[in-house]
Design a protein around this ligand. Sequence first.
Ligand code: UDP
Ligand code: MN
Length: 244
Amino acid sequence: ALPVIYAITPTYTRPVQKAELTRLAHAFRQVPQFHWIVVEDSTVRTDLVSRFLAQCGVPYTHLHVFTPRRFKRAGMPRATEQRNLALGWLRQHRTRRDAGVVFFADDDNTYSLELFQEMRSTRGVSVWPVGFVGGRAYERPIVSGGRVVGWYTGWRPDRTFATDMAGFSVNLQVILANPRAQFKRRGSQPGMQESDFLKQITKVTELEPKANNCTRVLVWHTRTEKPHLGNETKHPKDTVLIEV
Ligand code: UDP
Ligand code: MN
């Protein structure tokens, strides 16, 4: 049987949330053996996300944890607590007998279906290029003789693992074998979350390059423009309450 792909998606309430989740679900529901771990940055599981997941056609687990207010500031890493909660869920609910691959799927990125075929064979930790990060059209691992030997990036090339959250996957057994590995707030500079996390579970020389030796972009770090809602306060107001 194929290993299950566990996609961990932190998400938070905002006008575009349902549209983002809809876009993701359209890709994810086409991927066989897929399990979506959606972690709301919220004090509760919201009705909007609960209803959405119940009808989206993707097997899922719905969790929530609210980011402490002191961490909700510009320049601070986002979704640390949400990703760690999902890792904790996997450690509690999956065992040595479960074949799986873990991937961090932010709710605003764009995912090609081919990406999931590539990551499915991850034995330890896989890496690949990501579009629109690092101040360049893409960032990518540089591969020589089938091994990662460096990073092509426009930002902080001194990072041990110069990759975005969307640029790697981890075998489930690696997550289980390293029970203390998690995303750090203490001592982690902005943009260093990925590198700090990967340092806890692998070495650069052990990385498995995917996407034709890291020469193809199969995921894009897209960001959604905020919709203009300035006229919402104007009268007349709609007479019905509609979920958007
Ligand atoms: N996110 C969250 N809480 C927040 C801000 C972001 O859960 O307060 C989630 C967001 O939905 C996304 C991920 O964290 O899945 C990364 O956030 P964002 O896409 O804003 O970061 P960037 O694109 O700047 O890396
Ligand atoms: Mn994003």
